[in-house]
Design a protein. Sequence first.
Length: 263
Amino acid sequence: MRRPQKALLDALSSSTVVWGLLLLMTASVTTGLPKSRVPNYLRICHTRDPKLNDCIKDSISRLIVAMKNGSSELSVAPIDPLEIPFLEMYQGSMNASLQLTLKNTRITGLTNTEILTVKCNVVDNKFELSSKIPYLDIQGQFIAEGNVLTFPLVSSGGFSVNMSDATAVWIIYFHDLAINGSEYMSIDKFDLDVIPSDIAYDFGRVLDEDNNLGEAMSKFLNENSHEIFKYMKPKIMDELGEIFNEIGNQVLKNYPKDMLLPY
């Protein structure tokens, strides 16, 4: 026959284990899912609010600044500088062709973006934004291969592109995604257009081992800076759109739609 003291101790031990498990379960619900809590830099914007666009404008402005150094909580890498490991573009015609490869490109200045306007269309699942970027500094390595008529051109080295007073337009398309009984926003496409007022290029100084030719090419690039950017822009905008699409979804997947945009 078990002694009363031992029976009591056994009961208390069992009770302690049960309560311990309950406490662990409670802790996992309340503190083990930190991503379910909207961080301070994201505003909760109500769709019925007549100032919804202003609220979203403020929320996106805060998010851009907060993501400068990235977020380990949201698994988002730093965006300023933003790094693009590899980018390739080609332009060709009968008289001239150019294949340009950019490597280890770093873009600095994105978090100085000022959001000017936001138009939110929750019915069509679309956001339209306009913004100003005081400056963008782009640096990396390049390899250029091409020809003008029968004259071959080969160049490689470091490059820098400086843009100032740029206007940017974003159009973001998204859809609602059901996960475990909750609706989340998921970005389908991130269209981006950047229009700088001024552009300055420096694509190295050596072209076919001829320094004079390299300097002439650099002069040509800067005298035709906007035309050159027009050629490069589609590929760069597509790449940036994909990066921002990924970052946006990385943030949105942590919070149900009714948490960020309740009625």
